[in-house]
Design a protein around this ligand. Sequence first.
Ligand code: MG
Length: 209
Amino acid sequence: MERVRVGKVLCIGRNYAKHAAEMNAAVPAQPIIFLKPSTALIRSHEAIRLPSMTSNVHHEVELVAMIGRGGRDIPPQRSLHHVTAYAIGLDMTARDLQSEAKRKGKPWSIAKGFDTFAPLGELVPAAEIGNPQELTLSLKVNGTVKQHGTTQNMIFPVAHLVSYCSKIFTLEHGDLLYTGTPEGVGPVVQGDRLEATCSRLPSLEVTVV
Ligand code: MG
């Protein structure tokens, strides 16, 4: 892939029913959107740094879509034409800070936005991926499978998410969309090796320090 300047990092919460259930949360009627700063991004073979403000950081393996042609109010039937590439990513989450934020009605920006909290694998042109709703995602921690799911089980498919987000934000070339995690999220600790894989995409390998 060409080098692209990353724009907004849009993320979707609770987009798989079994993950909503493990969080004791309702299945949402509309996509739950939050943003991460682009400073949270790291690439494969880099390290997630555990912040001192949290003692419970979770992995969430997710399919990530990159916007090619920008737009706003994109109809769902057109929206996949605006996706130029896909990658596997991790939405790292300080679960303790997120739980406190939920309880107090505060935003998730801190829980989700620390430096290194958005590992991103190599981007692959969308044309090579085909239907984004037929991909298998998995995550191993130290060689043991912790998460395994299929994008068939997304509550809101990628086409819907791109269209929905474009009603709120003008989408631009280089924006990223983390599309939510299947069940099996759990904590990581110093020294862990994480390997995220997804059919037809290069794997993402990061360590925790
Ligand atoms: Mg997530």
